[in-house]
Design a protein around this ligand. Sequence first.
Ligand SMILES: Cc1ncc(COP(=O)(O)O)c(C=O)c1O
Length: 431
Amino acid sequence: MDAAAAHDYARKLIDEAHALTGDETVALIESHIAHNYGLLSRDPVVKAEGPWLYLKSGRKIFDGVAAYSAANLGHGHPLVREALKAFLGSHAPTVLGRFLPDPWLALFGRKVTQMTGFDKFLPANGGVEGPEAAFKLARRWAHKVKGVKGTPTILYANHCFHGRTLTVTQMFDEDEKAAREGFGPWASGFKRVEYNDLAAVEAAVDEHTAAIIVEPIQGEGGINVPDEGYLRALIELGRRENFLVIFDEVQTGWARTGELFAWQHEGPDARPDIMCIGKSVSGGYAPVSGILAKDELMSLFGPGSHGSTFGGCPISSCIAYAALHAIEEEKLVQQAQEKGEWLMERLQELAERAPRIKEVRGKGMMFGIELTKDGPDGHHFTELLLEKGAIIKDTHHWVLRFTPPIVAGKQDLEFALGCLEEVFVGQTASA
Ligand SMILES: Cc1ncc(COP(=O)(O)O)c(C=O)c1O
């Protein structure tokens, strides 16, 4: 197909997408796509810019979830868009076997290691591939370096979320039936401990322990912030007892909590042995993830030990390279600190007037609004908030997750606060 014919053909495809009505869109999804997600709305999103989503019906809604922190830079950040357009215009290869060198992976690799302070990066795609790769690395370290005889153990925390592959599915809490039921048997070598409880980790560690994996703030589990010093204490314990510490920063990373990574709130001594990244590393443009570690650890992965066709492919690397520049240029960490503090004050103040709000917690621009249990649950409020014009979504029934794009302006955030005000206090939104 030549370029002119492709242009006309592509135009037809775009027109076809534009012509679909809301009902047709939903009907096609329901008949052809697995029902592993429920739909919150039947009004398709047809455009997105910054913190705003534009719907087929003509409505505009505030994205207070930022695609679970994949859109920290907002939707369609212009630097990433321009880089991507130029990349495509240059006819660079979009995918290559990793046995061929590519300048975009080279630049992305240098940038991601410089920004994070780790020696080496292993690129992948979806967020869950980070924990998966980290477990392989930890097990190899346990067998080859620590000298574990038998099965190495990896500890994980109550209420954690590390993704949906078979290995991590067992990590859901026992009562999370939709997530767990019918998927056993589970992989051996994993053991649950209480989150934010150092003594529980100490009690669980033995000569078989390879690693512990922890989210520095639990996202899906309800925005659970551990006590100050917990992360640093885990690192100290790991050094003392000879096991690795893996921090899963897939959701908390890239400025979300007011530091580039959430462990940095506890200073340089809280640096993990392995860090998992994902989501906003690509500015929300593509599935990009991976793990970072010191050279001596990452060198346990030699050729043939791990890989992925699209992990670190040129188009993903170009997108991520541009997104990392955007994170710096936007001073995203500073924005998250400033707006986060302001938002926390406003949310706390609102909570005092809202009988159904039990607590507001979080760090930076990662908030959990916990509800009292004497009325409808979080899903009900998510629906009411959507009617008002904002997506602020329930997790674990009784917590609303509010993680807006960090680039959202104060006026945009005022709109979201107004929606919360109307729903929880019943007055007219101030925006
Ligand atoms: C902490 C954490 N780890 C891993 C994942 C999995 O990422 P993905 O859904 O891209 O596989 C998520 C997703 O929300 C997450 O929050």
